[in-house]
Design a protein around this ligand. Structure first.
Ligand SMILES: NC(=O)C1=CN([C@@H]2O[C@H](COP(=O)(O)OP(=O)(O)OC[C@H]3O[C@@H](n4cnc5c(N)ncnc54)[C@H](OP(=O)(O)O)[C@@H]3O)[C@@H](O)[C@H]2O)C=CC1
Ligand SMILES: O=C(O)[C@@H]1CCC=N1
Length: 274
């Protein structure tokens, strides 16, 4: 990908995408990351060998793609401070912020910009990311390809044509690595109560999740069938699954994902109003 990419913000999510891009063979000197202090930039510079900058405007001067990777709450100030340079340079803008729609970002940058809204997740760091993408009207097909290529370098990409669906993407993949990490915590705690050493329990739980995910990905069977295949009638799994169903685990998951999407919508209203 012969493209200069600047990441505004070098925190958790930007580092995950940068790490995935470097692993996929993208040249480190085509990537620049910014942060207000050198201290925050040292880890990405040392770990990935990318260019770093504390001045956002200087960092986007030669950028083809600008990835906005700061917290949603400071995005307005960050965008407005880059407005003049972005208006001159006209890069493709890729915003990864939760709860900020493409038009709000476009307006904060002065208007008329090609904006791709992207909802990635942290497994991008290891090449197993999952990103939902939405493009505004100004994005050309070439820019669409550039955005897709960038995120495909770190995982899978799904386009949505209705921007409102990005909130569903946040619920099912953007925030979802945390759901699985919670599951690992809970399984480890429970296995320790059953007598296993914590590190053994953690390794077994994580490997099992990896195995289940790989099977689900490769198999033509549905997750429901794969689950059924583990459940011997009258056996142990049936007992565990019945317990989860009785405890309304499905409803807990559905309610949690609804709360996630609702929060994204509320953030959008709060942040675009002011
Ligand atoms: N974490 C995740 O799993 C996901 C996050 N996102 C989105 O990614 C975005 C970033 O989240 P995350 O990486 O978790 O947050 P982090 O706080 O880890 O990263 C944000 C970074 O931006 C830096 N920063 C602050 N002000 C500026 C500025 N003026 N110019 C440049 N950089 C600045 C911060 O530096 P300092 O710490 O010094 O203030 C920090 O390093 C958010 O909008 C979030 O919604 C999307 C999907 C998943
Ligand atoms: O929790 C958050 O707001 C961000 C967006 C998706 C994952 N982390």
């Amino acid at each position: 990908m012969a493209t200069n990419i600047t990441f505004i913000g070098a925190g958790n999510m930007a580092s995950a995408i940068i790490g995935g891009l470097i692993d996929s063979g993208i040249a480190p000197d085509s990537i620049t990351a910014t942060s207000p202090t050198e201290d925050m930039l040292r880890p990405v510079s040392q770990r990935f060998g990318v260019n770093t900058q504390t001045d956002n405007n200087a960092a986007i001067c030669n950028a083809d793609v600008v990835v906005l990777a700061v917290k949603p709450q400071i995005m307005r100030d960050v965008c407005e401070a880059m407005q003049e340079t972005v208006l001159q340079q006209r890069p493709l803008i890729v915003s990864i912020a939760a709860g900020l729609d493409a038009e709000t970002i476009n307006q904060w940058l002065g208007g008329g910009h090609a904006v791709v809204r992207c909802m990635p997740n942290t497994p991008s760091l290891v090449g197993y990311g999952a990103s939902g993408l939405f493009a505004n009207q100004a994005v050309t097909s070439e820019q669409r390809d550039t955005a897709a290529q960038m995120m495909e370098a770190v995982g899978i990409v799904e386009w949505v044509e209705d921007e409102a669906l990005i909130d569903a993407v946040i619920a099912v993949s953007g925030s979802a690595p945390a759901y699985f990490f919670l599951m690992f915590e809970a399984m480890e705690e429970a296995a320790v109560k059953l007598g296993l050493p914590a590190d053994t329990a953690r390794r077994l739980a994580i490997q099992t999740a990896l195995g289940a995910a790989t099977m689900a990905q490769r198999s033509e069977d549905t997750p429901a069938t794969l689950k059924q295949n583990v459940m011997s009638p009258g056996g142990t799994t049936e007992r565990a699954i019945q317990h989860m169903e009785d405890a309304e685990l499905r409803k807990t998951i559905a309610d949690a994902m609804q709360a996630c999407a609702d929060r994204a919508q509320a953030m959008s209203k709060e942040l675009s109003a002011g």
